[in-house]
Design a protein around this ligand. Sequence first.
Ligand code: ZN
Ligand code: ZN
Ligand code: FE
Length: 757
Amino acid sequence: MNNHTIQITVRGLVQGVGFRPFVYRQTQKFALNGWVQNTNESVVIRVTGKLEQIAVFQHALRVEAPAAAIIEEVQSKEIALEEFPDFRILGSHNVSEEITEICPDIAVCEECMEDIRKPGNRLDYPFVNCTNCGPRFTIIRDLPYDRAKTTMAPFQMCPDCNREYEEITDRRFHAQPVACNVCGPHYELFVNGKSVGTDTTFILDQLAHLLHEGGVVAIKGLGGMHLACDAFNETALQKLRKLKHREAKPFAVLFRDLDSVKKYAVVSEVEEQSLCSWRRPIVLLQTKGKMSEQINSGLNLLGVMLPYLPFHYQLFERLNTDAIVLTSGNFSSEPILIGNEETLEQFSSCTDAIVLHNRDIYNRTDDSVVRIMHEKERVFRRSRGYVPTPVNLKLNVEGIVAFGAELTNCFCVGKGEKAFLSQHIGDLKGLETTTFYEQTIAQFIRLFRIEPTLLVVDLHPDYISTRTAEQFAPLPVVAVQHHHAHIASCMSEHHLDEPVIGVSFDGTGYGTDGNIWGAEFFVCDLSDFSRRSHFEYVPLPGGDMANEEPWRMAVSYLKKVYGREFIKMDLPPLRQVEEEKVEMLVRMIDQNVNCPLTSSAGRLFDAVASILGICQVAAFSAQGPMLLEALSQADFSGNEKYAFRLGESINFDDTIRGIVNDVNNGVEPGRIAAKFHQTIISVIFETVETISNNTGIRKVVLSGGVFQNKILLEGAETKLRENNFEVFSHASIPTNDGGIALGQMAIAAKRRELKCV
Ligand code: ZN
Ligand code: ZN
Ligand code: FE
């Protein structure tokens, strides 16, 4: 049989993931000659051999590709026969300004962990990596991805490392961060701000000793600093709480291995996959209630991670404890620290030791957070391991910069049809976070070679994100309604470009009528929306203050339903909050002082949490709703519900009355919480059904932070699907405000396409 020559172009995430060595190994398997070459926009392969062999080879490219590779497209065409003496990896070739994607950081692989147990240059070396694992995004300054353009640049490869780097068949062929004990970065231990050693074994031993003694330590990680302590030492946990200035926000816990996780949390098959994936996110698991209250503040969820750095594994080899708290190294709302100097400055006096290393972190990234709902991984905080993988929008988004919302901010830049959503930035409140935000926007624009032509902001005129966009004047600006952006974000994830019924439930978003929206039923497409129904407006007494103090919403709803007389009722918020405070709030509502109107679903959950007596003042965002979900899980009956009145504005007076009666009759709070969840699920279903009857639309899109609630999301999805609706919810893009920028981008792109900008 004759030989043929086929040229194959592979697009997707194929750089920095060991793709070319993988291609090389495959060609050897199938006796194919030719070459492979990285270009800016793809990997091009030319092979000569028997057609059947080439076909099997092409199939293998897709199904056997390295774990972190994402193959989007494989194109092949036959070209004039060319005979090659062997198979080669050719040097990179710059073809255009187009960029290929940057790989996210990858957890250390098993082979590398074996390497550091063997005698030689990598014995115990904590920065071991290969083409299948190691740092990527966090160390990349510029493209194309080359050592000189990473924070590994200052480390001159030793002859041994260089040999592996140059050897085509080696697992470290062109692994840019390749390093060893001789030539690579190293850790350094500081006590009281002074360096006490750089020997890895010494550092690990000291650290293990300090953790056993109940110490709190700072450790430099992949995308930023961590603070750590023994997860089973109450005194250490208290100390860490004090240091972080946060009373109750749950801590993430790093476990030794999967078996130890299973002692403390319920782990399903899908949850196990997420825990063990190369992305190594924090997975929110249901606890078995055996961990300290100090870790998750009475919630039934525990944020769990497995080791992803060699250093983590090496540390556990010396620890008796099964788990350590590993929380971001920052003070409450500030971004995670990345600089050695600032860490020594801020943490020397309040920790027992600091472990730093001399490889710089260029792109700050937090640990990502996911939760499994309906057997699917849902990303709540999209950062390490996920960023900067783009979303292919199938819309021209070239030059669009979307600035996101205010809290849980992520922004987004557009290149071709790809939307690059930034890592988690945080709440745009303090100076530090705002600076991080502005710097990262500049970095993304440079890294992805964006020439901004169109800006997208939230409709809210006072958002810091909205004002940041003004720095790019005089470029055209599109302002997008917050909840429309939520729905468009979810539509983009599923490539929907048609009218849908959008259900957008969250805490806060600026409405087109100037009120604060938050439980919206839309008929919308990517360019526009019409609001068909929403929760009835109620006063938000004290404005933003009410977001942090659920009792204010209880007062607002109780007063609406019962009038001033409610003050005489015997209910938890009236027992747990001082009378003068309640009376003052009632006067504020009466006189309409600082009482904007809101239709927020999050605030209704707050009100119910307060009436049940489980949360009067929130120690962290959404604590009330989270406690309400936790409470209802145990007793979830699934059928009982409270009365409500549907319409253009949905009235909950009867719901509140029902809850108050149940509380007064001593009904178990878990049952009340369950009935309340069921009520909201019914409201969603019945409202969607009415809209569908009027419009014929059967596709329903659920988005907004309230859908982080598993009972609500799964309940609403099930109910709608049972009634033959096609339901779409978020998976790889956050349903909270971290996903807003993607929706903003899609809306702007669509409007530009329709020439309405
Ligand atoms: Zn490796
Ligand atoms: Zn070396
Ligand atoms: Fe929102």
